[in-house]
Write a protein that binds this ligand. Sequence first.
Ligand code: ZN
Length: 220
Amino acid sequence: MRPNDADSPRARDPVLLLLSGGVDSTTLLADLSRQGHPVIAVTFDYGQRHAVEVLAAKKFAQRYAVAEHLIVHLDLQLGGASTLLAAALPVATFDGPLPSGPVDTYVPARNLTFIGHAAGLAEARRIRRIIVGFNADDATNYWDCSAEFVERVNATVQLGGGNAAQVEAPYLQMTKAEVAARARHLGVDLTETVSCYAPIDGVACGRCLSCRLGGSELSR
Ligand SMILES: [Zn+2]
């Protein structure tokens, strides 16, 4: 996030934020809110097993007084292609080194779907910036969180012409731990964010990839 953004002429332009209710997007919400941007938050309810994150997104949207909170319901019809979509399948846990390639919690082309829809919402509302909460750790396991993905999806959206929105990922160079530090700096209550893929009675499992990257104490 650019430190002097609040002073820029664009500071009061509305932005569209993909808000999952996890650490990254919630910290972005706090950042954008501090900068004085009217935020249109978009949360996707797509049949994820950790649907409790949608509730967290609603809570944070209220707390940071977003201009509008859109909950988009998607029926992806992807069956058991991801453990995030199939509650009967166990989410992989990691006690040792973390994986460097694709993982069971990958949802096929999910972020392409999300950003595609967000581009439509932005175009309909004449919003010029779409903000997403990818971080450097995400790109290790999910191709649709990488810098190259952001660059190419941007190129595609820009085909829409001069009024097309720009997709921005301000935390793309930051690790999950650095985002968490930013969250603490901004006073975000991390215990209320939801990043765990498989919470047990609302409490983070501590062993899934997301918990291991973010620290289980960060999410519930
Ligand atoms: Zn977990």
